[in-house]
Write a protein that binds this ligand. Sequence first.
Ligand code: SAH
Length: 352
Amino acid sequence: MSTEFLDPRDIKSLTLPELQQALGELGCPKFRAGQVFRWLSRGVTDFSQMSDLSKDLRESLSQRYQIRGAQAARKQVSKDGTVKYLFQLYDGEFVESVVMRYHHGTSICISTQVGCKMNCSFCATGKSGFSRDLSASEILSQVQAASLDLGERISHVVLMGMGEPLDNYQNVLRFLELITCPQGMDLSMRHISLSTCGLVDKIYDLADRKLQLTLSISLHAPNDEIRSRTMPVNKRWNVEELLKACRYYSRTTSRRISFEYAMIAGVNDMDWCARELASRLKGILAHVNLIPVNDVTGTGYRKSGTGRIQRFVSILESLGVTATVRRTLGSDIDASCGQLRRNYKGGDQGES
Ligand code: SAH
């Protein structure tokens, strides 16, 4: 992988071959890199915890490198078992992660950027602006810190927290390599989902890599008129260009694509929207996930009623498109994207 964008002190962002090379330059045999890599994969926060290394080696590693982690600044536990973390990074920035329990295992939704540049009109993250990309180690640390705190193995990872993963593409690819590495955390790529608002050039690139991950597209509208109003990215790549990339993705990888559709009363939830959506998804191995839009202060949007959502589902299904309504977890703890950081930062700055 290209190491061009790496901070040379950030040891946990190095892949195993890169670590072998870096430690080789310090005169270490190859198996030492394997030992260090395993410690880093387990989420240790200090070189002194690497008990099978000599004191001298631990010392020289700590002079050269830092272990970038994520420290829980806040933790909220919902009645349904959902846990939301506000993690603080080494430079004082905050990101959010949410752990959800399903019958198939424990899943974590993690962030890839501090803030976001995409500015979707319904989303809380965009409202606080963009600070910076996360490094691969910081993306990984959210999984490790939550797993260590809960004393539980996390079996599924969703890149659907704060930020646009394909806008931090190199670090996200590096993260995917790290978390699936058999000598490290060894998570199955099939247990990872990546959600994007639709950066078309990166979707083609991702397709060509033929990874076995699940791609989620935040579509939220059946046409350009509605989508450009709610999602500025649509002005760069319109619905047709996005769906063309999706057709290529599903053809190239044989993987089903999941389309996210936040139901907003009177904006995108009319019967004709469902019909238009179904006709546009023709020929794509697709599944539609309907989500009643979460209330975000300042957007003025209201979620569609249950009856409306059910009607939307039945129209889609009658036209041959499978659809489900996303179960809402953690609604008592503001478990949706960007809300906790926004409230926390607002509090810090004394805003209302
Ligand atoms: N940037 C990526 C991933 C982060 S957003 C993306 O756009 O997919 C995670 C998901 O939450 C996206 O589907 C996003 O559109 C959705 N989302 C954001 N704000 C929401 C809200 N208020 N209600 C429902 N879904 C929302």
